[in-house]
Design a binder for this molecule. Structure first.
Ligand SMILES: [Zn+2]
Length: 308
């Protein structure tokens, strides 16, 4: 059995010409490809596996998961799944619903989508202050200060500056300043699936799960802060009546992004199953041995799944 991970599935948007996304047409083609070559796991087959470890009759069948609750999941993915009688699991970070702000991880995608990478990076380098970089990383930052400004594309350097060098506590303010320089305005309400839309999706048979409150790298947090991320997000989703059982997905994914505290907190929260990113099939034993870190493939590993 294979679980597949998707992020942005949408149409070309001229305001964000450099944006990386899976075109809805390719998503449709990929669903056709899965149908023909693997078949889809029915939702009761999945629940049966979770409850009893029983695999579907046919090997290698596929089901779909969608991370981050971007509005395209309601606008494009949801109607397509309904039309085909399919279901999916949608993992929602909850802070945008309470503070009306776009998460930094997504603001970085938007800036890179709207603005030329080299321009973005060169402006960011003008604004960065050594104070924003933790002591332990300053030497490495100096060594890599990008003096040869003709020899880079900008996007990967820009992402590295924001995701790796600049301390998290300075990052939000830094992105605020940078977006002002480029006159770029963020709108949280149009970026994410709305609450009422999540409700509609749930009512139509989609599964809604937690993707933390603020989408941090959980392994960087202590147990108390991890608890707030996990418990707080489930509390929010439960209060809206969006969940019948608890499922969770590790932000970013990969074994380095969570730790033993995360797993024990998920168990304590009575989470039925969680997804990691690990490119292999789900095996009969996984629900016993890796219940809180089930493997998942990126959609780009299969035909028609490459980003535009
Ligand atoms: Zn995510």
């Amino acid at each position: 059995m294979k679980s597949i991970m998707y992020h942005y599935v949408r149409e070309y948007d001229p305001v964000h010409p450099n944006f990386r996304f899976l075109d809805i047409e390719n998503f449709r083609r990929q669903l056709g490809y899965f149908d023909k070559n693997y078949g889809f796991v029915a939702q009761d087959e999945w629940q049966n596996y979770v409850a009893n470890g029983q695999m579907p009759d046919r090997d290698g069948k596929v089901f779909l998961t969608f991370d981050d609750a971007m509005s395209c999941h309601y606008d494009f993915v949801f109607p397509e799944l309904v039309k085909r009688g399919l279901w999916g699991i949608f993992y929602v970070p909850t802070s945008p619903y309470t503070n009306d702000l776009i998460l930094d991880v997504h603001r970085i995608h938007l800036l890179c989508g709207a603005i030329d990478g080299a321009e973005l990076f060169s402006e960011a380098m003008k604004l960065v202050d050594l104070e924003m970089i933790p002591d332990a990383k300053r030497k490495e930052f100096h060594e890599q200060t990008y003096t040869n400004q003709t020899n880079y594309e900008g996007v990967s350097e820009f992402k590295r500056l924001l995701n790796y060098f600049i301390d998290y506590e300075h990052r939000t303010g830094f992105i605020d300043v940078l977006s002002k320089v480029f006159d770029y305005e963020f709108s949280a309400s149009s970026f994410y699936v709305e609450e009422s839309q999540l409700q509609q999706m749930k009512n139509a048979g989609m599964i809604i799960g937690s993707h933390t409150v603020t989408h941090p790298v959980m392994s960087k947090l202590d147990k108390d802060d991890q608890y707030k991320e996990i418990h707080g997000s489930f509390e929010f989703l439960s209060a809206l009546g969006l969940i019948d059982h608890k499922t969770y997905c590790h932000p970013y994914g990969g074994f380095h992004t969570f730790d033993d505290n995360t797993i024990s907190l998920l168990d304590a929260e009575n989470v039925a199953y969680s997804f990691n990113v690990e490119y292999r099939d789900i095996k009969p034993n996984d629900i016993k041995t890796n219940r809180q870190s089930l493997p998942r493939f990126d959609c780009n590993l299969f035909e028609h799944g490459q980003a535009s």
